[in-house]
Design a binder for this molecule. Structure first.
Ligand SMILES: [Zn+2]
Ligand SMILES: [Zn+2]
Length: 287
């Protein structure tokens, strides 16, 4: 199992470099910087810290107790299938589920609160998709990984599935001008998912697919207007830039500027990152 972790990490890091290179070479939206607004929040908070803690919570505190109670995994219901078939099976059923849950999130006022963070980036690139409210990840990854464990799949299926999620997630959000032609009817990519993130009424209820675009075409929610591109991305209302406020926003609409004006402690916290960077810069210049 240790080896597979090295392999998946290696492939992941390599993919990051490939996507960044392709974004420079064939940009969908020209002129987008690598370190766009929100880049560090997405990388540090969502990609590293949040996913680390949620992984422990989902696997050790939800799925493991479920399995200890029902002993389902010991039946190895799918464990005898070839690994490739197991991966394909879980890819397709989870992708079908996520299409409908995603669609519900756009239609329900309450579920939207778990999803608006994902739509809040004003510039969409390979990293933008990692921005998801922890409640959204908690629901979706529990639904994704619990069946894999409980149906007794080969242990290698979890890291393979997680790797496919990560790379495919980077791909559909990437700022790459992909022209996949007829393939876009089956395999989802930036052509349709960049549109899903547009601040445009035409796509508020369209392009819900994640991996397989076929769901959108089958269920009448596909939007692909030729070579036309979105003019604006993100939400049509103000949204906080701070990770914790983004989480709080789901419960209570907060305005960062108002909070800064009102509370000294919040101002101190909110400007601390900037002050730390200035301090670091000064230190490095002195040395
Ligand atoms: Zn969405
Ligand atoms: Zn997305």
């Amino acid at each position: 199992m240790g080896t597979i972790v090295y392999y998946t990490t290696g492939i992941l890091v390599l993919s990051v470099f490939v996507f960044i290179w392709l974004e420079r070479k064939y940009p969908y939206t020209k002129g987008m910087p690598i370190f766009r607004d929100g880049f560090w929040v997405d990388l540090i908070w969502y990609t590293f810290i949040q996913s680390y803690f949620l992984k422990i919570f989902i696997f050790d505190y939800i799925i493991a107790p479920l399995d200890r109670t029902y002993h389902l995994s010991s039946l190895h219901l799918v464990g005898s299938w070839p690994v490739a078939l197991q991966v394909l099976f879980f890819l397709v059923i989870h992708d079908f589920y996520i299409y409908w849950f995603h669609r519900a999130q756009h239609h329900s006022k309450w579920l939207w609160k778990t999803h608006e963070a994902h739509h809040s980036n004003k510039e969409v690139d390979w990293l933008a998709g990692t921005r998801s409210h922890s409640l959204e990840i908690l629901i979706n990854q529990t639904v994704e990984f619990a069946p894999i464990i409980l149906l007794g799949a080969d242990p290698i299926v979890v890291p393979i599935k997680a790797l496919i999620d990560a790379v495919w997630g980077m791909y559909i959000h990437s700022n790459i001008d992909v022209k996949s032609g007829k393939l876009q009817y089956f395999i989802n990519g930036p052509e349709m998912h960049q549109w899903h993130h547009a601040n445009d009424r035409a796509v508020f209820y369209a392009n819900y697919s994640t991996k397989f675009a076929i769901w959108d075409w089958l269920f009448g929610t596909a939007y692909l207007p030729g070579r036309k591109k979105p003019t604006e991305y993100g939400l049509y209302y103000d949204y906080p830039k701070d990770y914790f406020l983004q989480h709080l926003f789901a419960l209570k609409k907060v305005d960062e500027r108002q909070l800064s004006d009102k509370y000294g402690w919040f101002r101190a916290y909110h400007t601390s990152r900037q002050r730390f960077m200035t301090w670091m810069l000064r230190k490095s210049k002195n040395n």
